[in-house]
Structures are given as C-alpha cells and as structure tokens.
Design a protein around this ligand. Structure first.
Ligand code: HEM
Length: 456
C-alpha cells in the first residue's frame, strides 16, 4: 500500500508547544509563511495537535461543503461551548437541525424591518448623547452601541430594564475567555472568570424567561419566539436551551459587528474622498435629518461596498475551524483523522492575483463594473456553505445604519495612529481609535440647499 503523504509542515515552532505561540500572537505571519513555503495546503503543530491550513477559493469551497460530512464543526469550538453551552453549530447535528426553524424565522426578511427600527433608534440615541463636539474611543463606543442594538432587537425597546451594566460586563468576560489554542477546561484565571460570568448571566436570565412564560402576550421578542416556536422535531425548548441560544445569538450579534463597524469608521476617516461620496449618497438617498428605514437602506449602494471592503481587510472572524472525522485525501495529500482543519483570511483576502492593490481600502472594487473577488469563496469573512453566518444581513444593515446616521450628522477625524488588530479579546477588533467629532449644522445646510433650489 502506498505510504500516506502528510501536508508539509511550516518552518519554525518549538518543542512541545509547536507553533502555538506564533499562532496566538501573529497568525497572519505564520499563515503567509506557510503558503509561501508550501502552497495552498500545509500543516502546523498546535501543542500536540496537527492543524492543516487550506487556502484559496477551491479549498475554501471544499472546507465549507465538507462541513457536517468529513469535517466536523460541532466539537471544534470547545471555547465557544464552554462559554455558551451546546447551541447553534456547536450542538450535535440533531440539535442544530432542531434549532434551525427558529434561526430561519429570527433572521427572516419579515423580522428585519423591526431590527432596522431598533438599529435606527439605538444609533440615534447614541448620537444624541454625544453633544456638539468631543472625542471618543470609537472602538469602545461601537462595542456598547452593538450591545444596545442586540439588546433592543432581541429583547425589545425596554431591554435596559432587564439587562444591566453587570450583564454586559459578564458578557465581555465571556468574550475575553475565548482562546482557540488552550484547552478551555484548564484552571486558568480567565477560564474561572468565564464560568463565574456564565453563572451570573444565567441567573439574570431566569426571571426574564419566567416573566414571558407567565405572560407571553405582554411581549413581542426573541424569548417569546423561542418559547412559542416548536423545534423541528415538534418539541419545545427548555429554559436551559433558551438561555444558551439567547446568549449565543447576542454574542454572535454584537462582538463581531462592533469590531467591524469601528474599522469601517476608521477607514472612512482615512479616506476623505470616499467619506465625501458616502455623505453625498446619504444626502441624496436619505436626506439631512430623516431616519433610515429598511426601505431606504437598500439605496446606500456605496455604503455597502465600503462595508464589504472592511470585512475583506479586517475580518472579525478571520479563522474558522473544523476537525477531520476520518483520513481525508486532498490534492494528493492525506489529512489524518482528528486533525484540526482551518481556513484563514490572512493570505487569500490579500492575494494580488484576485485583488488590485490588496492592502488599499478601495470599496469600488465591489462595484458591478469591477466586481473583484467574483468567486464567492474568495471572501470568507462570514463563512460559507450550510453554516454561513445567519446574521450577515443583520450585521451589514447595522453597519449601514450606524455609518449612515453618523455621517449624516457629524464631521469626523481619527486621531489615533498605529491602529492595529486586537486578538484574544473575543472577536478580533481594532485597538483604540480616538475620534474627534463635531456636529454638522444640519438646519443651516439644508436651508441653504433649499434656498438654492428656489428660482429667483
Ligand atoms: C460583522 C459581523 C459578523 C461576522 C464577521 C460574522 C462571522 C461569522 C462566521 C465566520 C460564521 C461561520 C463560522 C464557521 O463557519 O466556523 C458565522 C456564523 C454565524 N453567525 Fe455570524 N458574524 C457576524 C455577525 C453576526 C450577527 C449580527 C449574528 C446574529 C445576530 C450572527 C449569527 C451567526 C450565527 C447564528 C451563525 C451560525 C450559523 C450556522 O451554523 O448555521 N452573526 N458568523
């Protein structure tokens, strides 16, 4: 029998730890080096585990389409399961199938109009709190705003009565505990803090569910939906599952989007020309003091290109993982059973064969005329296949509302230099972005324009 040929191993690494340290501290460098040395499939060692990296549209497609077949998604995100419980793709296939009807309804077109109202209301409330001028750390502001949007969208306009500051602090502790390398049950301080936070969140949640069970007509929110939507097998969700699912959705719904929104604002601050084009788009499609609705959002084409460009340059979830359920033969190589298998955006999102001037923020590359990255597997920011991000439209609409209202009402200047990606803090996000803002003189501008429009 021919000997199995393993994917070649990337240079570097240490005895015992293998490449774990470099993978935690500078994954982009490690992935790019592996591809430079060996091409689109190569191997690294994470402690005692083999990890195989797959790069390029063809292998990304393989990765996503083989998920739930030869590649397992349920057992690989041990850090997510330890924080949230067995929900969504970290549950067994059977439980995941059971939860899908609720997910589909939660992210249906029908529900989106209500979410856009929540996005609009929370963003406007934030803008109103800023005053006429000042400086903020935009990374932090987006974190809090995205929490509030998720709270409002999923628990209703009065969510502040039920989710206090300590709740969100506990949530951030969960985010900080996520570590793709260290086993989640090790007795480390950050894992102990995670378990305490998880317990606290569950305690807060019990009365929230109990009130809705007792009086469902008084509420119209995600918890009531969970209480009233049968699972695929006809059974109803118990309190434990409702809490875990809600926690999972709130986490997925705010951590990732917050980082992406902050990067988007930062990139626009660095690109006056594009920022002005978005201001013009907002002025012509929405107006100077009009709220954004589901109907008007879709006219903000250039805004959505800027969002796509931000998710290419600065993805919040650049790494996605699976476990090989069996030996897998691929491109003349064998990926041994039990290996970690991963895709990572570090190389492909910047491949010059696909993207012109790949390190430049250039939203026009997404226009129908240029249409770079034509293959949908060229971009992995929201995953792919069956487990592709269910909240992608939610996230993109939220970013469009935030940046739309912000540019409609404020002038901006980013003061921070050396803004870089922060890892091991939950989803990836930018470091501090100190931003100076000044309220635009909306009435004066609008009046001037109106006067110009009146024939004399
Ligand atoms: C910019 C923001 C976001 C990014 C970058 C992002 C990224 C991702 C990625 C990469 C996956 C696939 C993971 C994998 O294949 O291993 C995923 C799945 C998922 N995301 Fe998002 N996400 C974002 C926002 C959201 C929002 C706002 C929600 C909900 C409110 C959400 C809910 C989900 C859910 C439920 C899944 C699991 C889908 C399934 O397994 O069927 N995400 N997300």
């Amino acid at each position: 029998m021919a000997e199995k040929k393993l994917p070649p191993i990337v240079s570097g690494g240490w005895p015992l730890a293998g490449h774990a340290l470099e993978f935690s501290n500078n994954p982009d460098q490690l992935i790019r080096r592996g591809i430079q040395e060996h091409g689109d499939i190569f191997r690294l060692k994470l402690l005692n585990k083999n990890a195989v990296v797959l790069n390029g549209a063809k292998l990304h497609k393989f990765f996503y389409l083989e998920t739930d077949k030869s590649l397992n998604i349920n057992d690989v995100y041990g850090m997510l399961e330890a924080a949230f419980g067995q929900v969504l793709f970290i549950a067994s296939n059977e439980s995941y199938e059971n939860q899908r009807p609720l997910l589909q309804f939660t992210f249906s077109r029908e529900k989106m109009a209500g979410y856009v109202i929540a996005m609009q209301a929370e963003t406007q409330r934030w803008l109103d709190s800023l005053g006429d001028s000042g400086e903020v750390n935009m990374t932090r502001e987006m974190q809090v705003l995205a929490q509030n949007v998720a709270g409002h969208a999923f628990l209703g306009a009065n969510f502040r009565d039920e989710l206090n500051q300590e709740f969100w602090q506990a949530y951030e502790t969960l985010g900080r505990s996520l570590d793709p390398v260290l086993p989640p049950h090790w007795p480390l301080p950050k894992f102990k803090a995670r378990d305490k936070a998880k317990k606290y969140i569950r305690e807060i949640f019990q009365p929230i569910i109990a009130k809705r069970r007792a009086n469902p007509e008084a509420y119209d929110d995600l918890v009531v939906q969970m209480l009233s939507t049968p699972q695929k097998d006809g059974s109803m969700m118990d309190d434990e599952l409702i809490t875990s699912l809600f926690m999972g959705l709130i986490f997925a719904g705010h951590e990732t989007t917050a980082g992406q929104a902050a990067w988007l604002i930062y990139e626009l601050c660095q690109n006056d020309q594009y920022q002005n084009r978005l201001r013009d788009e907002i002025a012509s499609q929405i107006g100077y003091d009009t709220p954004i609705t589901g109907g008007t959002l879709r006219n903000l084409k250039q805004t959505y290109w800027a969002i796509d460009e931000t998710t290419r340059l600065h993805p919040s979830a650049p790494l996605q993982l699976r476990i090989a359920k069996q030996d897998i033969e691929l491109e003349g190589l064998t990926i041994p059973a039990e290996s970690l298998v991963m895709v990572h955006s570090a190389h492909h999102h910047f491949d010059e064969a696909i993207w012109t001037d790949p390190y430049t923020f250039d939203p026009d590359r997404w226009s129908p005329e240029r249409k770079e990255g034509k293959n949908s597997y060229d971009i992995i920011s929201f995953g792919g296949g069956r487990h592709k991000c269910t909240g992608m439209n939610f996230a993109k609409n939220e970013m469009a509302v935030i940046v739309g209202l912000l540019l409609q009402q404020f002038e901006l200047e980013a003061l921070s230099e050396d803004v870089h990606t922060m890892m091991n803090v939950g989803a990836f996000r930018p470091s501090e972005i100190i931003t100076r803002y000044k309220k635009k003189r909306i009435e004066a501008e609008a009046v001037e324009k109106d006067q110009l429009a009146v024939p004399v």
